[in-house]
Design a binder for this molecule. Structure first.
Ligand code: IMP
Length: 413
């Protein structure tokens, strides 16, 4: 058995799906362990474009089995809609897609509560995707959640729905409405029920690939709390989000060559000028889930060092390097000034991070189009120097460089 994890090391949207897609070639199982359909991955294969929210992108390889672990929250209606879309593009799910019975169900009331919380001026506005993620995880922790396995036992499901509906002060007559809605999808989902912990831990002859969603700076504990998502996006989330009881052999951290963020929250290196705009346009930095323009900024090595540490990263995949072509100068943030103190520790408090003034070093850029380059030493020397500087600061090696959205636009070192 071998196991690899691919984890976003910033605020999500690091082009993880592209790297998962490249590494999935050698995997038998591709596994999601956290998050829900708040995630959005796009994969380009020749002239076709595939968009994923819940289904692991490994499904694009015909022989691979894709798994949704206990740590994921599932909106069953959205899941089936996504599967229908993929089926229409020729993808088969039969005997190669399974869901752990412990995964929590996102109910329509969770989406409603998410929307209400975002609209309430007395609450901290996070800028969520309004997919019901936070309320669903809250109910799971409060022990009111409905789990995937519950869908297939009507009596128990009714009791659980009564419980959660009472808890949220909705009228009890809603139980039959929700029940009826869920019953429309139950039979379609039944074939996918499987105890994932047994499948993974007994997979002696299999290669497992864990696919992270969002990024470490959105982790509910180690991210920029409260401006985070509600799951454990860091490597620690793998164990509780799948039941995999072994050490992951290889942890690949994904960093893109600049930083982005969607939604609210501190972002020290954010650029509010023409350069930020240029990065947004060159990198097509618009959300694949919500379409929102992403906030863009320089590479933050303080944050990258912190997320590499939290995740126990073994190596880095460096993505979207092509987007930085054509800039005279590139900046890397190596420390923060917070009040009178210069620090290279990532603050635990979003309030402190909000005050952080980035301390930059400057490096010369490059003009060449690098999208056709397939060997590391053919990259412009300034691009190599840019990567080498980041490796030096965060003490990790970049082993994969992505220079475009296609599978082939990937350099292995
Ligand atoms: P939620 O996950 O919808 O609750 O949103 C919480 C925060 O995480 C918001 O700032 C979202 O914009 C952000 N977020 C959630 N999913 C993603 C993602 O896949 N990429 C980037 N940001 C995300």
């Amino acid at each position: 058995m071998s196991s690899t994890a691919v984890l976003g090391c910033a605020w999500g949207d690091e082009a993880k799906a592209k790297i998962v897609d490249v590494l999935a070639k050698d995997a038998d199982y591709v596994v999601r362990f956290q998050g829900g359909n708040n995630a959005g991955h796009t994969i380009k294969l020749k002239d076709k474009k595939f968009v994923f929210h819940l289904v692991p992108s490994g499904i694009l390889y015909p022989g691979k089995t894709c798994l949704i672990g206990s740590g994921v929250v599932i909106d069953p209606f959205q899941l089936l809609a996504e599967m229908d879309g993929l089926k229409a593009q020729g993808i088969s799910f039969e005997n190669r897609f399974f869901i752990d019975p412990r995964a929590q169900i996102v109910l329509p009331l969770h989406c409603e509560l998410d929307g209400k919380a975002e609209a309430d001026s007395k609450q901290t506005n996070i800028g969520t995707t309004k997919r019901g993620i936070g309320p669903c995880y809250s109910d799971a922790i409060a022990r009111y959640g409905i789990r995937f396995g519950d869908l297939f036992d009507k009596k128990y499901l009714t009791e659980r729905l009564e419980n959660i509906i009472r808890y949220h002060n909705y009228p009890i007559s809603d139980v039959s409405i929700v029940l009826e809605k869920l019953e429309q999808v139950t039979e379609q989902l039944r074939p996918f029920l499987k105890q994932i912990p047994y499948l993974l831990n007994e997979a002696d002859d299999k290669n497992i690939l864990f696919e992270g969603a969002q990024g470490t700076l959105l982790d509910v504990t180690f991210g920029t709390y409260p401006f985070v998502t509600s799951s454990h996006t860091s490597s620690g989330g793998i164990a509780i989000g799948t039941g995999f009881g072994k050490k992951v052999d290889r942890i690949v951290g994904i960093l893109k060559s600049y930083y982005t963020r969607v939604g609210k929250g501190p972002f020290p290196t954010e650029l509010h000028d023409e350069i930020g705009n240029r990065i947004r346009i060159q990198g097509n930095e618009f959300g694949s889930t919500t379409g929102r323009p992403r906030r863009c900024g320089w590479f933050d090595a303080v944050a990258a060092k912190y997320t590499s540490m939290i995740n126990g990263i073994d190596e880095i995949a460096f993505t979207l390097l092509d987007v930085l072509s054509g800039f005279d100068t590139l900046k890397i943030c190596t420390a923060y000034k917070i009040g009178d103190i210069i620090t290279n520790e990532f603050p635990h408090s979003a309030k402190d991070l909000e005050q952080a003034i980035p301390q930059y070093i400057e490096l010369p850029g490059w003009n060449d189009d690098i999208t056709g380059i397939t060997e590391y030493n053919k990259l412009p020397i300034n691009a190599q120097k840019y990567i080498a500087k980041i490796e030096e600061i965060i003490s990790k090696n970049v082993t994969i460089v992505s220079v475009g959205p296609e599978r082939g636009q990937t350099i292995f070192r």
